[in-house]
Design a protein around this ligand. Structure first.
Ligand SMILES: Cc1cc2nc3c(=O)[nH]c(=O)nc-3n(C[C@H](O)[C@H](O)[C@H](O)COP(=O)(O)O)c2cc1C
Length: 198
């Protein structure tokens, strides 16, 4: 059984992102896999302090943060999972602020002693897990994929925690009504994409 962790950075209950990840989760559960969905909007994590304490600790394991909030529990879930779905709507051309806050806390995955220019990726030499990325935007999807930085940021998130991106679902011209229902063709794409994690 594959353990799949979903990190959802949407603000909106039952919005497009919620519907896509739930469609994926149901498809995976029907296939007998274990899925846990983390809604960042309900998850108690603080902003990174940029203190870099976590980055001074050597080794392959993520460094320990000085803050005692929900992030350590989330890191433990990330470490235990076999595959991931990272999802965020596109707001002002990038991931949402809550997704970015989560991303910055992933600095624990870098070994960056004082006096060195850039962090070394702790997961650089470990076998890669798989990740699927999900985003949406009001503009046509092609514009979103070409001009917004959402996909790049979601990919960076996957790479940081030691996963290769195996597929992306970026939906455009979406959420044009207050309570948009996910179109059937997008549902089918989402189900197919989720299976790539197995
Ligand atoms: C604050 C805000 C900023 C947004 N910025 C963009 C944007 O830069 N480009 C775009 O095409 N759509 C933008 N949108 C539209 C959202 O990407 C779109 O509604 C998305 O599907 C919402 O996902 P959700 O249903 O999970 O909330 C923005 C929406 C909001 C509320």
């Amino acid at each position: 059984m594959t353990k799949i962790l979903v990190i959802n950075g949407s603000y909106r209950e039952n919005g497009i992102t919620d519907q896509v990840v739930e469609t994926m989760a149901e498809a995976l559960q029907r296939a007998g896999e274990e899925v846990e969905i983390i809604l960042l909007r309900k998850y108690p994590i603080e902003f990174c302090l940029n203190c870099r304490e976590c980055t001074q600790q050597p080794g392959e394991a993520p460094g320990k943060c000085v803050q005692h909030d929900g992030m350590q529990e989330l890191i433990d879930k990330i470490e235990k999972a076999d595959a991931y779905i990272f999802a965020s709507p596109t707001n002002f051309g990038s991931v949402t602020a809550i997704f970015k806050r989560f991303m910055e806390r992933l600095v624990v995955y870098g070994y960056w002693p004082w006096g060195t220019n850039a962090p070394k990726d702790r997961k650089a030499n470990v076998p890669k897990k798989k990740a699927v990325l999900v985003s949406s935007c009001a503009a046509p999807g092609i514009m979103g994929r070409l001009f917004f930085s959402t996909t790049k940021e979601l990919k960076m998130t996957a790479k940081t925690i030691g996963a290769d991106t195996v597929g992306t679902l970026f939906t455009g011209l979406i959420a044009q009504e207050e309570h948009s229902k996910l179109p059937d063709d997008i549902k089918k794409k989402a189900e197919k994409l989720a299976k790539k994690l197995l």
